[in-house]
Ligand binder design. Sequence first.
Ligand SMILES: CC(C)(COP(=O)(O)OP(=O)(O)OC[C@H]1O[C@@H](n2cnc3c(N)ncnc32)[C@H](O)[C@@H]1OP(=O)(O)O)[C@@H](O)C(=O)NCCC(=O)NCCS
Length: 211
Amino acid sequence: MNEMKRNEGWISLLKRAAKKAYSLVFRTNNAVWYRLDLESAPAPRETGDVKVVFSSGGEIIRWIREKSAEYPWIYIENELDTAVRENHIFPCATVGGVIAGYVKIGFGRVYVNDFNREISIPPKDAMIYDTFVLPEYRGRHVALTLVNGASDYLRSRGYERLWCHIPEWNVASSTLYRRAGFREIKRIRFVKLMSFGFFNLDPEKMLHFSS
Ligand SMILES: CC(C)(COP(=O)(O)OP(=O)(O)OC[C@H]1O[C@@H](n2cnc3c(N)ncnc32)[C@H](O)[C@@H]1OP(=O)(O)O)[C@@H](O)C(=O)NCCC(=O)NCCS
């Protein structure tokens, strides 16, 4: 009996190691790229006690670091290094004065974690590269209020277009962005084999040359 258990332990360890090795050799993702032309963005909305706050990055970065103990994908060092260097903004939504979620908005250059590299954004464009609402506040239009408020803020500062990219499987996020007035522009598949990355469509060309 003990021997059987020991064997099962080894098999599961080997399976995990094989899976990890495979993910280091081959990785792929497929995302839908959406854009909002800010001239035609919906007016900002007030939703109950949800407020959109555009304060300095320090407080929200501390909050993200703290919450990353539970949601590790929200704190990515490379992403934050680029954000600080390029003066990105992280507007957040508060409910009754408590932070409930944020969007990360980039200008200039943005680190795209799916591609493990930075991409450049056209001068009058901005890009939302992460959206997050704590589970207990979801389904109350917190994210929609935040995206609408952020769009209005960017338009008032002379930006013309706002981009985001969403994995195909993420229905919550694609519904949110469609409701906020975004429309689909392109789909981009990225494949990484060993250390070589391939796109079916270069994201920088798409950002700089799509009308
Ligand atoms: C995606 C996310 C930010 C949405 O936040 P939220 O505050 O619950 O969204 P809202 O309440 O503002 O919803 C906006 C619209 O999307 C819809 N929606 C939200 N969650 C949905 C879901 N799970 N399935 C289908 N539709 C959904 C809402 O119904 C609403 O549309 P409606 O006005 O027609 O009803 C939140 O679910 C989240 O943080 N998820 C985990 C992180 C994530 O996936 N981020 C996106 C990375 S690309």
